[in-house]
Design a protein around this ligand. Structure first.
Ligand SMILES: [Fe+2]
Length: 248
């Protein structure tokens, strides 16, 4: 995807990291994998209060009340098809083929003011922590040093239903931060992230954050849902934050 050049990372919020002592007992865990392609996995990242606010917005963006109650409005989904969300593709012209099957929204295109969005406020915490602690304390040179070039972020929110996938591709950024969410209990299988070149598979867990170099080929394995859950919005949510430099 291409960056809208007018969107720049705001100064990090002065808010301190929330107190995790009230979590359900599952502490945040950070794991770095310092392989040929380095990456970071953080489990139980968002606090219950953050998750509550995030889900309020996900439910709003996903549930289209107009379809059920207001016949006179056009029946449009809020989430967009791949052709409208800057999807990776292969081939050109009539041979072009989009590599993903999901629905998505470029949140920075939806909200001119980030303060209106729960998600766009909450997701600045991971960027702040990325700069202040995660990257500087990384065992990997690329993360330890490269984060200093980052002054821009955009957020793409994606939802994968039964049959959803994303074939191997790279993102047009320096780092990609994924945050994954789903309703509990989990009603789908598949949806794991694979780092294509090294074959590492990262399970799609709820409340898991994964940070990868954007230009590492990655893919999302196909989602499979039992018939009774298809269309009930119990699939896989992915919030992708693309971190880059202003002149990209
Ligand atoms: Fe991607």
């Amino acid at each position: 995807m291409k960056f809208p050049l007018s969107i720049f990372t705001k100064k990090p919020s002065p808010t301190e990291k929330p107190d995790f002592s009230n979590m359900w007992g599952e502490p945040e865990t950070i794991r770095w994998v310092n392989n040929e392609i380095p990456y970071c996995i953080i489990d139980n990242y968002y606090t219950p209060e953050e998750l509550k606010l995030i889900w309020e917005e996900l439910d709003f963006l996903c549930y289209d009340s107009r379809k059920k109650h207001l016949d006179y409005l056009t029946q449009k989904e809020k989430l967009k098809p791949p052709s409208e969300t800057g999807s990776a593709s292969v081939g050109e012209g009539s041979h072009e083929r989009i590599l993903k099957n999901n629905s998505a929204l470029n949140l920075d295109g939806v909200y001119a003011d980030r303060d209106v969005s729960n998600i766009l406020q909450i997701n600045q915490r991971v960027i702040k922590e990325f700069h202040e602690t995660l990257a500087p304390e990384s065992p990997n040179w690329f993360f330890k040093n490269g984060h200093k070039t980052i002054h821009l972020d955009v957020t793409l929110l994606s939802y994968y239903e039964d049959g959803g996938y994303y074939e191997p591709h790279v993102d047009s950024a320096v780092y990609t931060i994924f945050s994954w969410f789903h309703k509990e209990p989990k009603r789908y299988t598949g949806g794991d992230l694979v780092l294509t070149d090294i074959g590492d598979t990262i399970e799609a867990r709820n409340n898991r954050v994964v940070i990868i170099p954007s230009f590492a080929y990655h893919e999302v394995l196909p989602i499979v849902m039992e018939d009774e859950y298809v269309g009930t919005k119990q699939g896989r949510w992915c919030m992708a934050q693309f971190l880059g430099i202003p002149f990209m």
